[in-house]
Structures are given as C-alpha cells and as structure tokens.
Design a protein around this ligand. Structure first.
Ligand SMILES: [Zn+2]
Ligand SMILES: [Zn+2]
Length: 131
C-alpha cells in the first residue's frame, strides 16, 4: 500500500511530500541523532529517496560514521529544524524525522538502534525490539 506522506520544517521554508510505502520506522539513540535532535534519540522512518519530493532547500551536514561511510544530517537553513538523514551506504534510501510529519501521530516505530548508546534519562522503549 502506498502512503501519502506530508511534512515540513518549523518555519515552512521546507515542505516535502512522498508517495511510497514506508520501509521501516525506528528510534535511534546514537550520538549523531542525539546531537542532531538535541534530545535522547531520533524517531525516523525510511522511504525510497527517489520518491522524496522537496520544495525549499535542505542543507546537509556531512560527517563520517563509525563504519567510515559518510552520513548527511539534513536541516532547514532558515529555522534549523532537523528533517532528514541519509548515508552513502544506502544511497537509495532517506530517513525522515518523524516529528516533521504534518500528522506525527501516524509514526509507529518498530525497533530501536544503538540502544546501548541511550542516555540514562532517555531509556529505549521496552516494548521495541533492540531496546
Ligand atoms: Zn524552516
Ligand atoms: Zn542515529
């Protein structure tokens, strides 16, 4: 089933739309996500990059991950809202931060990654695998 996925940043300079099936949804507790969001973890979903249609400009911060692949943290250059992340390891995929959705209540994470890096004040949800 194809979903219609709409969202954007806080100031409205960046809007996106995607007509695709969400591949998977997760919470990530890695340090990159902690820094990108300012919280204990990111909540994100994966979609095919080719289906991700953006109006406005997403600026990206590139940095190497532990495995050496470059990852790109995308944000609105006007308001700073974190929007996306992607890695050159999986160039066909883009990860979108769940709270940027027009209706974030639709987000349903299935698992946790980097649960071992979770901060003591933001424990991974126990009902999720990998937590
Ligand atoms: Zn913005
Ligand atoms: Zn992460």
């Amino acid at each position: 089933m194809t979903d219609i996925i709409n969202g954007g940043c806080a100031c409205g300079a960046v809007r996106y739309e995607c007509r695709a099936k969400i591949e998977f949804s997760f919470n990530c507790h890695c340090r990159k996500c902690q820094r990108a969001t300012g919280g204990g973890h990111s909540s994100a979903f994966a979609i095919p990059k080719v289906e991700f249609k953006v109006s406005g400009i997403i600026r990206e911060f590139a940095s190497p991950s532990d495995n050496g692949a470059i990852t790109y943290a995308g944000f609105c250059p006007e308001c700073g809202s974190p929007l996306t992340s992607r890695t050159e390891r999986f160039p066909e995929r883009i990860y979108v931060h769940a709270a940027t959705l027009d209706d974030p209540s639709k987000f349903c994470p299935a698992f946790v990654v980097y649960g071992e890096m979770a901060q003591p004040w933001d424990a991974p949800h126990e009902h999720l695998s990998g937590a």
